[in-house]
Design a protein. Structure first.
Ligand code: TRP
Length: 461
């Protein structure tokens, strides 16, 4: 990494908002070009600004195939508005038909924040899941589990540890010799969180999407890399056209793939593996398949980049038949962060920067009144120069959280810019909407309280 390369650190309180640089440096894909069915407010307003492999999820969904959504929560502190953005996205995926898995990171919060497992459970249910229910997540299509009690998650994390090392942790997370090892273990458990829904007992092979804020991208980069490293078959663009499937021989699969301990090839076995692979791929309808067992490749000259997902799925299914894990790299989406009330970063440890979902109406009103404003110093100047909605917290919160009507938002935007609406008026509009939103949430919370238990996965009751 060069001197001024960005490093995103999921534990830091600093925040980069240079989103185009983030896209470029970490190889995220911008959202344009994707056909998002029934876009949510967050899509329409460009708040969800990037993704990795979201096309695979959209493709699976458009064909009526299964996909899953995974998110995790840190059971420390209180749930605030910023947290609700991920839930909005989870809800949207759930409506599309995705099954929802929610990890309670109780092992992580115990090790890194000193919160006991019992306390973590209580906070997760009362503070987070209760609000998820109130925000409209469907308990029948959601499963909440705890890292501490789902041994497959821990096992998978442990097992995949073999595929990474401290150098990679240094380059992804900036760790050094003084780094506490809990910060090494926690991401490995999170790798288990993200990949385990693909195991047979948790729904089997299907695309899994993880909606996150960019601060969590290091975990996704790690997870995607680890999943790919375990794959027995790589699928890449062909030399001049088509797709090329290449064998990836590893300790775990050498024998099955016909590589004998003495270094010789068991030709009959290799032929058998390739015949099986060819049959799988042929089932997708390809007739032009060039199998080259000697080279360890199989090429599909007529395939296009659109076929890549199907081909990948087939190779993973086949890998599983042969005894491999068959893990697919997770997809992800990224949202912009809403600015804190003070104009700095929103943070649960700084109550003045955010609105907690259990703040009372008086507190919410007071917080918005005191929020950072994009207005001018005097009314005269404001009328003359206009305000700046891009930095105005009240306007921003209407856009992120409290106002659904796009036309109305556009009107507010231009009226603010040309000085027709004053900063105090913008705040009052925000307060009115926020109060209604909060009251509605509190009512729903009372109505859905009894559903919290139903979110718990069978192993987590
Ligand atoms: N580390 C996340 C946080 O700090 C919580 C988390 C645990 C998570 N497992 C996850 C998030 C899996 C996304 C996916 O909030």
């Amino acid at each position: 990494m060069g001197e001024d390369d960005l490093r995103i650190d999921p534990w830091s309180s600093a925040q980069s908002t240079d989103y185009s640089r983030i896209i470029e440096q970490f190889g995220l894909s911008p959202m344009d070009g994707l056909d998002i069915p029934e876009p949510s407010r967050l899509h329409r307003r460009g708040i969800i600004f990037a993704h990795r492999d979201l096309d695979t999820v959209l493709q699976a969904n458009s064909r009526g195939e299964d996909f899953g959504v995974l998110t995790g929560l840190m059971p420390s502190g209180k749930m605030h508005l910023g947290h609700s953005m991920v839930i909005e996205q989870v809800k949207w995926f759930q409506k599309m038909g995705g099954d929802v898995t929610i990890a309670v990171a109780d092992l992580e919060s115990q090790a890194t924040r000193g919160i006991s497992l019992a306390k973590g459970r209580e906070v997760a249910l009362k503070e987070y899941v209760a609000n998820y229910a109130a925000l409209g997540l469907d308990s029948e299509k959601s499963q909440v589990y705890f890292q501490s009690t789902r041994s497959e998650v821990q096992r998978l994390g442990f097992q995949l540890g073999k595929r990474t090392n401290l150098n990679e942790f240094e380059s992804i997370y900036g760790f050094g010799g003084e780094t506490n090892l809990a910060h090494v273990q926690a991401p490995m458990v999170q790798v288990g969180d993200i990949l385990h829904p693909q195991l047979e007992d948790y729904g089997g092979l299907r695309p899994i999407v993880v909606p996150v804020g960019v601060d969590q991208d290091p975990h996704l980069r790690l997870t995607r890399g680890l999943a790919s490293k375990t794959n027995w078959f790589n699928v890449n663009p062909g030399n001049s056209r088509g797709l090329l499937i290449g064998l990836s021989v590893q300790d775990e699969n050498a024998e099955v793939l016909g590589q004998q301990a003495n270094g010789r090839l068991d030709k009959a076995k290799v032929a058998e593996v390739f015949a099986g692979l060819e049959q799988e791929i042929a089932s997708l309808g390809f007739s032009d398949i060039v199998s080259n067992p000697k080279q360890g490749t199989l090429s599909l000259p007529a395939a296009t980049s659109h076929d890549r997902f199907n081909v990948k799925m087939k190779t993973l299914e086949y890998e599983r038949k042969l005894g491999g894990l068959g893990l697919m790299a997770p997809s992800s989406t990224y949202h912009h962060f809403a600015v804190g009330l003070t104009g700095d970063k929103m943070s649960s440890s700084k109550p003045k920067t955010t609105i907690f979902l259990d703040d009372d109406i008086a507190t919410v009103t007071k917080k918005i009144k005191r929020a950072y404003s994009g207005g001018q110093a005097t009314i005269e100047e404001h009328r003359r120069l206009g305000g700046n909605p891009d930095t105005d917290v009240a306007y921003q919160y209407l856009m992120y959280f409290f106002e659904d009507d796009d036309n109305y938002m556009e009107q507010l935007n231009s009226d603010y810019r040309n000085g027709k609406i004053l900063a105090g008026e913008m705040k009052q509009i925000c307060i009115d909407n926020a109060v209604e939103w909060m009251k509605d949430l509190q009512e729903k919370k009372a109505e859905t309280e009894h559903l919290v238990e139903l979110f718990l996965a069978p192993d987590s009751k």
